[in-house]
Design a protein around this ligand. Structure first.
Ligand code: GLU
Length: 448
């Protein structure tokens, strides 16, 4: 391994103990850059890798709110402003009981490269809370969001840092947070958050964007392989807006999604999640207070596999759409055994590094999260553009831009991999293409 890369990986691990997810993504990204680092000795001179793995700023704060029974609750709140070299920090807020600094640093680090790949001027950040939205009432969610924003507002701004949604943060939460931001600032700066409702500055296609973008990216890969989406069976995990958007676009283009999963198991619908009724039911189900994927099986009379993951189901394309590390070696073996040729990461870091290597070694083409799920944040950046123009594009206009962006992401990743002698390795290619733009901007801006 390249000595400089190896040293920075080891130092990062030593300097950030007890952060396994952060270490996982740093290892994945930096090992992809070996040939680039070898070709650019000036990066070592400027300690560029040491700088890029260190967040520019981390904010941690207390969030105090009162639940429906009148009890005071205390949560941790965070914002990791990872890298602002190419634009204001941009990235989602995650509300989930597992949220900690390691997870937010891995997400923030990924976001830097993903956002760079979108071709749009956005830096990388991530934030959130260990607040668990499950089973909470609307009023509790509102009070939590208001308390969270009462601290966060001083750290964000349309030119500083623009948060959005992620797991546990959707349109409802963004609405409550925007309301509180507007009240505190006494200004209509709606470009400060993305994923807003359509009545107050949201962009058409934003809810669908991650799923649609993932499928547009997949289409580029199919075209490269002289293949097409028609008649293909897709195995999906998750049942949130990423899985919903992907299933919708797959159905529209002539394929079918046959599984969805949640914390309690997965459903198998051999006819496919293809009808408007089924797709709309996902939205309805998600809006209910105790949403879980078994509700889909009960409603449509399909199989529910309690406590299991969907990776043993045979498919042509595998699409993890849930959360980090849902596919390790055991699951990768099932996927390879199915004979599938394609695996696209629509969740953030759904795959362990050894599982990626194993699938690639067995001929599976991997579309990494930084590329395949970049459609969401890309349309967020388009939402920022529309807010600053005070003008909104039509759904067709946003969709056309999203398609172009996903094609650019695929093409620049493929080109970067080829240029550095790595063939059609879209994982390393995405890391290289994403890195180079940020690296050049950091070099140009001097030692900061
Ligand atoms: N949380 C999403 C992501 O992982 C979207 C971020 C955004 O729209 O800013 O990219």
């Amino acid at each position: 391994m390249n000595e400089y890369v190896e040293r920075v990986i080891a130092e990062t691990k030593a300097k950030n103990p007890n952060e396994p997810e952060f270490h996982q993504t740093v290892t994945e990204v930096l090992t992809s850059l070996e040939n680039v680092i070898a070709a650019h000795p000036e990066y070592e001179q400027a300690a560029l890798l040491e700088r890029i793995v260190e967040p520019e700023r981390i904010i941690q704060f207390r969030v105090v709110w009162v639940d429906d029974s009148g009890k005071t609750q205390v949560n941790k709140g965070y914002r990791v402003q990872f890298n602002g070299a190419i634009g204001p920090y941009k990235g989602g807020l995650r509300f989930h009981k597992s949220v900690n600094l390691s997870i937010l640093k891995f997400l923030g680090f990924e976001q830097v490269f993903k956002n760079s790949l979108t071709t749009l001027p956005i830096g990388g950040g991530k934030g959130g809370s260990d607040f668990d939205p499950h089973g909470k009432s609307d009023a509790e969610v509102m009070r939590f969001c208001q308390a969270f924003m009462t601290e966060l507002y001083r750290h964000i701004g349309i030119n500083t840092d623009v948060p959005a949604g992620d797991i546990g943060v959707g349109g409802r939460e963004i609405g409550y947070m925007f309301g509180q931001y507007r009240r505190i600032r006494d200004a209509y700066e709606n470009g400060v958050l993305t994923g807003k409702g359509l009545t107050y500055g949201g962009s058409l296609i934003r809810p669908e964007a991650t799923g649609y973008g993932g499928i547009y990216y997949a289409q580029q890969v199919f075209a490269h392989e002289n293949d097409s989406i028609e008649g293909k069976t897709f195995v999906l995990s998750g049942y949130g807006n990423v899985a919903w958007g992907a299933a919708k676009k797959i159905a529209e283009l002539g394929g079918k999604a046959v599984t969805l999963s949640g914390h309690n198991g997965y459903i198998y619908d051999p006819d496919g999640i293809t009808t408007e009724e089924k797709l709309n039911y996902l939205l309805e189900m998600r809006a209910s207070r105790n949403a879980n994927i078994k509700m889909y099986a009960d409603k449509f009379g399909v199989e529910f596999h309690e406590g299991e993951k969907p990776w043993g189901v045979r498919g042509d394309v595998y699409l993890p759409c849930a959360t980090q590390n849902e596919v390790g070696m055991d699951e990768a073996e099932l996927i390879v055994a199915s004979g599938a040729k394609y695996y696209f990461e629509l969740a953030n870091m759904p795959t362990t590094n050894d599982a990626i290597a194993y699938m690639q070694a067995n001929g599976v083409i991997i579309g990494p999260a930084k590329a395949a799920n970049a459609g969401g944040v890309a349309v967020s950046a388009l939402e920022m553009s529309q807010n600053s123009m005070r003008y909104g594009w039509t759904a067709e206009e946003v969709d056309a831009k999203l398609k172009t962006i996903m094609k650019d992401i695929h093409d620049s990743s493929a080109k970067a991999a080829a240029e550095y002698g790595l063939g059609y390795d879209l994982v390393k290619g995405a890391n290289i293409a994403g890195f180079l733009k940020v690296a050049q901007a950091m070099m140009a801006q001097g030692l900061i």
